[in-house]
Design a protein around this ligand. Structure first.
Ligand code: BGC
Length: 413
């Protein structure tokens, strides 16, 4: 590998998840949104918001902000969206399948929806884009939620049946990259530890059970996918934070490694979702004031490398409605990723979060993570300047600009 180049065949792309972009889903989150939109709007009134956020539609002071509704209508517009993906020089794309569409009632398969995702996969293949499929990105069919969700062991078997149905369906058998679960640590934290997301149950016992069941679900899914396609590459997308404050070692173990260790014999790659560290930084993301710390990214990639498996960055991104920080954010994180690679970390791909502005869970639509801006009234897409900056690197693996900056920084330090 030449000094400032990324490996050949590196995957460049972006990610989305079904509930956040598709529109018109009906799952446990949908029901939670209707029950909580008013409360979330009232809470938002207690905060100070910059004008440029309030002038966007929908904004945090409007109740519709908290209802996913038709989201980005990506369900109907995926062809158009994938044309954008291709024009930006991406050669990979991560998206998720909505379990509640495939199995709206227990044991009843919706073949039309399976065919829909087959079309999504084909649309990516036709454009020369490698699909990375997530099988579960936090949302559950209502019937799963009613039986106690992931705190109930039965859900493990139900999930396995859904995975089995899907991977053996036409169009799915040849898919190479599978992300079984998204951020189990964030899900259990919000759902069962602090109770701020569905199912909103604060319980240590349920928190532990859910973690265990998700780990079992991954292992079952791994075996099923491998038996359908031995060449498949399977992992999870794992939220990782760079901890520096006492007791950093313990936090690192619990948050970053506990779940990964429980599945370590059953993963072909480690998927890293990285957003922030615990350090005090001057630059912050609009969303939750997350510190922007690209050096922390380097450190979590080194942590991920400890499993001796290839690493894919399955998410990394910033909420930045005016697109003032995103370009630099991306190149800084590329520089950090490059440093990790040059020290031997086998990073094979980078999927920015997110392709589109989308429904940011309990915060609704106001955080703007997209490489592509979405006008929620007209559904018009507008490519942001930072997306072109990313494209310059992705298209020709052109890191000369990046190289120049890394060299300048090296001289300064
Ligand atoms: C999740 C995404 C979310 C993003 C930004 C990740 O934790 O996987 O669904 O939108 O972070 O908060």
């Amino acid at each position: 590998m030449a000094k400032f180049e990324f490996p050949r065949n590196f995957f460049w792309g972006a990610a989305t998840s079904a509930h956040q972009v598709e529109g018109n889903n009906h799952n446990d989150w949908t029901e939670w949104e209707y029950l909580n939109a008013k409360r979330l709007t009232l809470n938002a009134q207690k905060k100070n918001w910059p004008d440029y956020i309030l002038k966007n539609y929908p904004n945090p002071l409007q109740e519709e902000n908290y209802i996913s509704g038709c989201a980005c209508d990506h369900y109907h517009r995926f062809h158009e969206d994938f044309d954008i993906v291709k024009s930006l020089g991406h050669n990979a794309h991560r998206f998720s399948i909505e379990w509640s569409r495939i199995e709206p009632e227990e044991g009843k398969w919706n073949e039309k929806e399976i065919e829909h995702y087959h079309q999504v996969i084909s649309a990516l293949h036709e454009r020369g884009i490698e699909p990375f499929i997530t099988l579960w990105h936090w949302t559950n069919p209502v019937w799963v939620a009613k039986q106690g969700g992931w705190a109930n062991k039965k859900t493990v078997g139900d999930f396995a049946r859904y995975v089995n149905k899907l991977v053996r369906s036409e169009g799915f058998v040849d898919v190479k990259f599978w992300v079984t679960l998204n951020e189990t640590n964030v899900y259990t934290g919000h759902g069962y530890w602090n109770g701020s997301w569905p199912p909103g149950k604060r319980s240590l016992l349920k928190y532990l059970k859910t973690n265990h069941h998700l780990s079992q679900a991954h292992i079952e899914a791994y075996k099923i996918i491998k038996s359908a396609n031995p060449k498949a590459e399977i992992g999870i997308a794992h939220s990782m934070i760079y901890f520096t404050k006492f007791p950093a070692g313990l936090k690192n173990f619990i948050y970053n490694h506990f779940f990964l260790r429980s599945i370590k014999e059953y993963q072909n790659f480690v998927g890293v979702n990285y957003y922030f560290s615990d350090r005090k930084t001057i630059e912050r993301s609009e969303f939750n004031n997350w510190p922007i710390d690209s050096d922390g990214f380097y450190h979590v990639l080194k942590e991920a490398a400890k499993y001796g498996k290839p690493v894919y960055v399955t998410e990394n991104g910033i909420a930045d409605a005016e697109d003032k920080k995103r370009g630099k954010y991306i190149t800084d994180h590329f520089a950090a990723m490059h440093k990790a690679i040059s020290e031997g970390v086998d990073v094979r791909g980078y999927l920015y979060w997110s392709l589109l502005d989308n429904f940011e869970w309990s915060s609704g639509f106001w955080p703007r993570f997209g490489l592509v801006e979405v006008d929620y009234k007209t559904m018009e897409r507008k490519i942001r300047q930072s997306a072109y900056e990313y494209a310059k690197i992705a298209k020709v693996n052109d890191t000369s600009r990046l190289a120049a900056r890394i060299q300048t920084e090296a001289k300064i330090s």
